[in-house]
Write a protein that binds this ligand. Structure first.
Ligand code: COA
Length: 434
């Protein structure tokens, strides 16, 4: 299980069935689902030689309500944090990847493009763009030392990567400084050599050196112990291409032309006052978002600087729209998505699947269903093939009605050195990691 991170990302539509109302429902008995449930149940009983040594919720402690919620280990004095990097196998060396350098950014891009997350059937692989990586890895207050690469000493080729960025994440009433760990990747030829634990320990050490003791991360694999497990849902925007490349299948009793008609969307958003977010909107969007996010058990604690970085539209990286009242000029609703294409592996006709991923959405006046339908409309206009969303926050309220179908990708969320007493429902989670 640990050697194949299959269901983590580059998610793919599940075997779906169409019900009489023309809606897509999950086929719970599909082979893929059964295999996944079996794998997940086996991995709970599995020995995790590395993760069992780490300050994370352990499977044996699940359900033990005598354990308090909060940090598992206290911080140690900074002078006691190991000052030298962990040892790598002798043919490899650490490198700090300078993401300001276009050349280094390209090396990270290429490593991920060729070796990062694939779906179960190896049809798709995430293809984060260089602009995206520059954005994701350099938020306000980022630490260049947390962009960690491994090179082969002889060739200087980049063969592995892991990164962290700082974030304030609220867990119930406590705002905790954390690192968001992402883009863990080991070159395909170096897999199963226990390099990943060394990379995780090294990023942890560098996070500790900044006096930060907690982290948040997601994975497609089951590790000790998820704070919640979410599911990907997919809304076809370009059904013909999705079917042609094997992302989805033509439903039973469906023709291509009926399918195209089923997913057709209006040409422009329907909500009056729906427009692109601008710099001048940052204070209003921050207020709207902070107020809305307070209902979730785990969520980022965004200030204006964070909102400007993470939510101001950035071409081919992040799109954000809001609803401004025609009468009061008040910003009442907000929606956003980020751009994450996947390479289509071995298709003669198509090389890239253009996917939008639902990010943060807030509805106060416009029904969430209508707001998200407008998000689909603008995503279609921007030529995305598919719109993906997790079942986090209030997303369940629109997924089925807006013709999203369940995917085969499960995403598990984790906290490092922070115990949660009970697992959350996806709807209690207000955090989207890239
Ligand atoms: C994830 C990846 C770096 C793991 O490397 P690997 O060579 O397969 O595994 P290694 O032998 O180095 O290490 C195995 C250990 O890492 C853990 N591990 C594997 N994937 C992990 C993940 N995504 N997050 C955290 N730990 C992970 C394993 O559970 C195992 O520890 P355990 O014995 O305590 O269970 C590698 O498979 C990879 O690059 N995959 C493609 C990209 C990807 O899926 N990245 C993770 C995105 S969340």
């Amino acid at each position: 299980m640990d050697d194949n991170n299959t269901s983590s990302g580059a998610p793919k539509e599940n075997a779906v069935q169409e019900n009489d109302a023309g809606q897509i429902t999950k086929d719970e008995s599909s082979l893929g689902n059964m295999v996944r449930r079996l794998q997940d149940s086996m991995s709970i009983g599995k020995i995790h030689k590395f993760w069992e040594t780490q300050p994370v919720g352990q499977f044996k402690d699940v359900g033990d309500s005598s354990l308090a919620e909060g940090p598992i280990e206290p911080p140690t004095p900074l002078s006691e944090v190991k000052q030298e990097p962990y040892n790598l196998p002798s043919a490899y060396e650490w490198t700090t990847c300078d993401m300001d350098s276009e050349e280094t950014c390209l090396e990270v891009y290429n490593l991920l493009k060729n070796n990062y997350v694939e779906d179960d059937e190896n049809l798709f692989r995430f293809n984060y763009s260089r602009e995206f990586l520059g954005w994701a890895l350099r938020p306000p207050g980022y630490f260049a030392s947390w962009h960690i690469g491994v090179r082969a000493k002889a060739s200087k080729k980049l063969v592995a990567f892991i990164s962290g960025v700082p974030a304030r994440i609220r867990v119930r009433e406590h705002v905790v400084k954390m690192a968001e760990i992402n883009f863990l990747c080991v070159h395909k030829k170096l897999r199963s050599k226990r390099l990943a634990p060394v990379m995780i320990k090294e990023v942890t050490r560098r996070v500790h050196l900044e006096n930060i003791w907690q982290a948040a991360y997601t994975a497609g694999v089951v590790l000790p112990t998820p704070i919640t497990t979410c599911q990907y849902w997919h809304r076809s925007l370009n059904p013909k291409k999705l079917i042609d490349v094997g992302f989805s299948r033509l439903g039973a009793r469906m023709t291509m032309s009926r399918t195209i008609k089923l997913y057709k969307l209006p040409d422009s958003p329907v909500t009056p006052g729906f427009r692109k977010m601008e710099l001048r909107d940052v204070p209003a969007v921050t207020r709207l978002l902070r107020n809305y996010m307070s209902q979730f058990s785990v969520a980022p604690d965004f200030d204006e600087t964070d909102v400007e970085h993470w939510l101001l539209p950035k071409e081919s990286v992040v799109d954000s729209f809001l609803v401004e009242s025609q009468y009061t000029r008040e910003v009442t609703d907000f929606c956003s998505f980020y751009t994450l294409p996947s390479s289509i592996l071995g298709n003669q006709t198509y090389s890239t699947l253009k996917a939008a991923y639902s990010y943060y959405n807030v509805s106060t006046k416009t029904p969430l269903l209508q707001l998200m339908n407008d998000a689909l409309i603008v995503a279609k206009k921007k030529d995305f093939d598919v719109f993906n969303a997790l079942d986090v926050m209030e997303n369940e309220s629109f997924l089925k009605e807006l013709k999203f179908g369940p995917g085969d990708g499960q995403l598990h969320y984790y906290l490092y050195n922070y115990r949660i007493r009970h697992a959350l429902k996806p709807s209690e989670l207000g955090l989207v990691l890239l």
